[in-house]
Design a protein around this ligand. Sequence first.
Ligand code: THU
Length: 136
Amino acid sequence: MSDAEQDMKQQLIKQALEARKRAYVPYSQYPVGAALLTGSGKIYHGVNIENAAFPVTICAERVAIFKAVSDNDMDLRAIAVVTKNGGTPCGSCRQVMAEFNPDLKIYIADENGNITLETVLKDILPGYFGPDSLVR
Ligand code: THU
């Protein structure tokens, strides 16, 4: 990994940590922060947003991705996700990631910013159903 890539990785983790402070988690008390880099160079932030009707809750990763896609910024490159204990993206978030980039880089870190996992989407969602799977 080049120095520039290392710097960006640290930047994403730092921004995910900062975003995490804004998580809306009255029910789980498990804040999650995400920072997503796109090909345009922009970084989109996401937090989990819970709801009294529990299933309506949305994860931090999807908030960040939907913010980017809704700005027509769909070339997703790398995402940092920060939780207390280095939790990994849920199945629904992995599926949303697969839609846009199976090679998406994923940096998982704990609340101290220590990286616990560095991977790419296709390695954590093998056999994913993506746009090319949908033959009509
Ligand atoms: N959560 C995320 O934000 N991302 C994940 O990938 C896993 C779970 C949130 C949803 C809920 O607000 C809390 O963490 C506990 O499940």
